[in-house]
Design a protein around this ligand. Structure first.
Ligand code: 5GP
Ligand code: MN
Length: 343
């Protein structure tokens, strides 16, 4: 028996909204990943099964391979068009998935704060900001998709989990746990997966869609990152990959091409934390990702030095300025950090 994260009382406001609300807007974080896309599509398919009018809107583009997931072709990338602003203004309910802070939704930020409607957050990041009427935040959950499953059960809609809803939920549960290789020791996760499979999910298809859909350029960029960029610090315990805009352009960079790169150095014996810095020339900033093993809190590292946050073993942040500056900050911070953490 799966222990539901939510009580009926907790989700009751949403059930009440459903009795009158028709227009639903689903939004998620910038650079949407599998969990963001999966949770959004799961809610979209579910609400459509209840004959609701639903739009999924994301702050910026997502990797092409997600287009193989049912419904992804309908996702709107926010461009501030009159039509999109109209959709936001006419929403009865806005569903915020897989983010805890409006700073994570790029240019959608003020439109969502200003929207006069009911808002719900379903998320698994620490310290949710208060911008929603209903906040369903469970940091110990492995993914927002896992929470969407619990949510649908809690509102009495388990029977509405059809193949499309199940496939979307599976996508995020798989990607946010590195294909069930970390953060996934809770036995309930596998009871949920079992249930999703019995709804008709082809898990091998989802695995191939996400992991075997890369371009030759992306593989070459990965080779470059490992062979040329990767550096080690602290006696090989910390790895850094720094990718300049020109390096990425050389390999015809497409959105999502560096997805997963930050995990690679952790496969090396002795590496306990891995950091990827990626130059975003258009926005004049550096995007930083960090991954760690065990008790090393890379979210604290990101919060302290890179204006970021996230989970203990997977976090991110950003820094204004050049790539060289970001590398310098990293090199200094990894030494400073040594004073407080037994990394
Ligand atoms: P990724 O490295 O895959 O971009 O992000 C890993 C985790 O860190 C995600 O859970 C994400 O929510 C969090 N994260 C990524 N970038 C940022 C950021 O700029 N600020 C904060 N607060 N969290 C971030
Ligand atoms: Mn997530």
């Amino acid at each position: 028996m799966i222990q539901n994260y939510f009580h009926a009382d907790q989700v009751a406001p949403f059930v009440q909204w459903q009795s009158w609300a028709h227009n639903y807007l689903i939004i998620t974080h910038i650079s949407p990943d599998g969990d963001a896309i999966g949770a959004s599509l799961a809610m979209m398919h579910y609400l459509r099964s209840k004959n609701k009018n639903v739009t999924v809107m994301v702050p910026n583009d997502f990797p092409d391979y997600f287009l193989k997931i049912d419904g992804a072709e309908e996702i709107e990338v926010f461009n501030e068009s009159v039509l999109q602003l109209d959709i936001i203004n006419h929403a009865d309910v806005i569903i915020c998935l897989d983010f805890n802070d409006v700073s994570r939704i790029g240019a959608l930020n003020f439109h969502i704060i200003d929207a006069y409607c009911n808002k719900i957050m379903i998320d698994h990041h620490l310290n949710p900001q208060k911008f929603c009427d209903l906040v369903l935040s469970v940091p110990q959950a492995s993914s927002t998709c896992e929470l969407v499953y619990h949510f649908l059960c809690a509102i009495g809609s388990h029977k509405n989990i059809d193949r499309k809803v199940a496939q979307s939920i599976y996508l995020g549960m798989m990607t946010d746990t590195g294909c069930f290789s970390y953060n996934s020791n809770n036995p309930d996760i596998f009871l949920i997966v079992s249930d999703l499979l019995s709804c008709g999910v082809d898990k091998d298809y989802i695995y191939r869609t996400v992991n075997y859909s890369y371009s030759a350029d992306r593989m070459r960029l990965m080779g470059y990152a490992l062979c040329i960029s990767m550096q080690f610090y602290r006696d090989g315990q910390v790895a850094l990959i720094a990718l300049a805009d020109k390096d990425m352009k050389r390999f015809n960079y497409q959105p999502g091409d560096t997805e997963g790169f930050v995990n690679l150095p952790l496969q090396i014996l002795g590496v306990k934390m891995s950091v990827l810095i990626r130059e975003d020339k258009e926005l004049h900033k550096q995007k930083i990702s960090a991954r760690s093993v065990g008790d090393i809190p890379c979210n604290e590292f990101m919060a302290k030095f890179f204006n970021g946050g996230g989970h203990k073993n997977a976090a991110g942040g950003e820094l204004e300025g050049t790539l060289a500056h970001a590398v310098k900050v990293f090199e200094k911070s990894i030494e400073d950090w040594e004073l407080q953490n037994n990394c």
